[in-house]
Design a protein around this ligand. Structure first.
Ligand SMILES: [Zn+2]
Ligand SMILES: [Zn+2]
Ligand SMILES: [Zn+2]
Length: 130
């Protein structure tokens, strides 16, 4: 087993919509391809890019604070203090959906297109589209 440790980034760009079909695009920056219609869209969000480049992450091995220096995620960083490496991974974006049956809030990872959700509290199932 490798000792590659993963650290989740604290920043993510806001969810963008496909300019062609209006569905949600997969998370990411730069050229992103719509999973529904296949159109390529340019996603750019200056404040997030800046935040990602300047993101400070503690080395999981020795807790020295490192600066990411790039908006790419995932990115492998090597620590100058202990010379070990770790991977800075993209932040996992979740959205909150109100259950139409019982008002419970479900937190899910959005996926482009239509999907069915089952509420764990009241057993109703419903569809959401991103
Ligand atoms: Zn599309
Ligand atoms: Zn270190
Ligand atoms: Zn419910």
């Amino acid at each position: 087993m490798s000792d590659m440790v993963e650290v989740e980034s604290k920043h993510a760009p806001p969810l963008a919509e496909c300019v062609n079909c209006g569905h949600m695009l997969p998370p990411g920056l730069g050229e992103v391809f719509c999973e529904v219609c296949g159109a390529g869209c340019k996603v750019s969000h200056e404040p997030t890019i800046k935040a990602l480049q300047e993101e400070k992450v503690p080395c999981p091995h020795c807790h020295t604070i490192l600066v990411a220096g790039t908006e790419d995620r995932p990115v492998d960083l090597s620590c100058g203090a202990c010379s070990r490496e770790f991977t800075l991974t993209p932040k996992i974006v979740k959205v909150e959906i109100d259950c139409p049956g019982c008002e419970r809030i479900l937190r899910i990872r959005p996926k482009p297109g239509k999907r069915q959700l089952n509420c764990p509290a009241c057993d109703s199932s419903f569809h959401v589209t991103f």
